[in-house]
Write a protein that binds this ligand. Structure first.
Ligand code: DMJ
Length: 449
């Protein structure tokens, strides 16, 4: 049995209504999610084993950079473990041990490689104790470090894993500020402070360039430190910069990150939040004036109820989650982006994204309210009805027509299936939030060392 009182991160949670009993599980639903994860994994296993991803319609493998970095096995490993898919997890771990090699002449995107591969290797190491996974993580961390060699300390977007040449000076807050957790865990596990020091310097340099309103823009030059796009929002390109300030404050008990998070959150709620007739949303505004420039909201933005809930603002989290659920049910599954004033889609893709499900999982865990289980059943039914293919699961090109896309991103295993499973699984499956913090790719990092 879980302890009766849920212990939340001590940080910002004074106003939290703590669920007094562990939220109930739904074992039959958990079993169904597990069976669907197995279906998708077997598709990958049969048609794309050893490659980054499976193309679920043509049944061809896809490698992001021409050569495989085992994106799907690394991203899926901890999900397979948590689901108790022991043979599949062992196969994935052995493949990673035998084949993953970062000594390759590949120009990679630091952000994606960090959250998926470094994150997956570190959580895989923490869950299995396999020292090879930590050695791979250290090797990868060392190869990502040269990206931080800039006049501002904010990293370039790209780095070559072999030559260490870095490029891509015009970056964004998410790609600059989403290293804190992985680099911090790597520092703790290797007892080498350099990784966290670099990541924290980057996030701090970004924070210091906030506007007078306390907001950041969408694009910044990491060589000059000048903003090249001053529009501010919580969506893709900025999202996980905020998420990591909060999570680093919890995972590393970092008071600087806590201060930066609190100040950022106050600015977001004062200038970006929009109480519209259709519900609570977060808009796009000018970072200097706060003037609203767009009323777009999308599937990526749906991470924010989880972040608000973790920070202790359950009321606002619940309100925003109600809005994102409206966005999901209006189309039978959520589109990539809508105009929330008209509820009309602006981008009709659904990329198998996890954020709405992630937020339902956090809210269910933190409140025990069964309405989030009901939401989860809707999410699962939509996914199965719209995205399931003979061999796996496919993204959607158009949520209004149901046309599928030949694409199954590795985050479908790392995040979408994991959060859906954890939502229904018994709470003892993962001691969250007391024992773990998730990185932005849903890799759970232990809160003890
Ligand atoms: C994931 O790679 C991560 O969650 C990232 O923070 C945002 N995009 C995808 C999932 O939608």
């Amino acid at each position: 049995m879980r302890p009766l009182t849920r212990i939340l991160p001590p940080l910002l949670c004074s106003a939290v209504l703590i669920a007094q009993t562990p939220p109930p599980a739904d074992a039959p639903m958990a079993a169904q999610v597990r069976a669907e994860a197995l279906h998708a994994w077997q598709g990958y296993r049969a048609h794309a084993w050893g490659h980054d991803e499976l193309r679920p319609l043509s049944l061809q493998p896809r490698d992001w950079y021409g050569k495989s970095l085992l994106m799907t096995p690394v991203d899926a490993l901890d999900t397979l473990i948590l689901m108790g898919l022991k043979d599949e997890a062992e196969d994935a771990r052995k493949l990673i041990d035998a084949k993953l090699d970062f000594d390759q002449d590949l120009r990679v995107k630091g952000f994606e490689i960090n959250i998926r591969l470094l994150g997956g290797l570190l959580s895989g190491y923490q869950l299995t104790g396999d020292p090879k996974l930590l050695a791979l993580a250290k090797d990868l961390g060392d190869r990502l470090l040269p990206a931080f060699d800039t006049p501002t300390g904010m990293p370039y977007q790209f780095v070559n894993l072999k030559t260490h040449k870095a490029d891509g000076a015009v970056s964004n807050p998410a790609e600059i500020g989403t290293y804190l957790l992985e680099f911090g865990v790597l520092s703790r596990l290797t007892k080498n402070p350099v990784y966290y020091a670099k990541a924290k310097a980057a996030s701090t340099a970004l924070f210091e360039r906030r506007s007078k309103l306390g907001l950041v823009g969408s694009e910044i030059n990491v060589e000059t430190g000048a903003w090249t796009d001053r529009s501010s929002h919580i969506s893709g390109g900025i999202d996980s910069y905020y998420e990591y300030l909060l999570k680093a404050s919890i995972l590393f008990d970092d008071a600087d990150c806590a201060r930066m998070w609190k100040e950022s959150l106050a600015a977001l709620n004062a200038h970006v939040a929009d109480e519209a007739p259709t519900g609570l949303w977060y808009a796009t505004v000018d970072m200097d004036t706060g003037k609203r420039t767009a009323t777009e909201f999308g599937s990526l933005d749906a991470f924010f109820p989880a972040t608000l809930a973790l920070a202790g603002d359950l009321d606002r989290a619940a309100k925003l989650q109600a809005s994102t659920f409206k966005m999901w049910t209006a189309f039978g599954i959520e589109p990539e982006e809508i105009d929330y004033t008209t509820m009309k889609p602006l981008d009709t893709h659904y990329m198998l994204r996890p954020e709405a499900i992630e937020s339902a999982y956090y809210l269910h865990t933190l409140t025990g309210d069964p309405k989030y289980l009901a939401m989860g059943r809707t999410y699962f039914a939509s996914l199965k009805a719209r995205c399931r293919t003979k061999a796996a699961y496919a993204a959607l090109k158009d949520v209004t027509t149901g046309a599928q896309l030949d694409d199954m991103e590795s985050f479908f295993f790392a995040e979408t299936l994991k959060y859906l499973y954890l939502l229904f699984a018994p709470p003892q499956t993962l001691d969250f939030p007391k024992g773990f913090v998730f990185n932005t790719e849903a890799h759970p990092f232990r809160r003890s060392w």
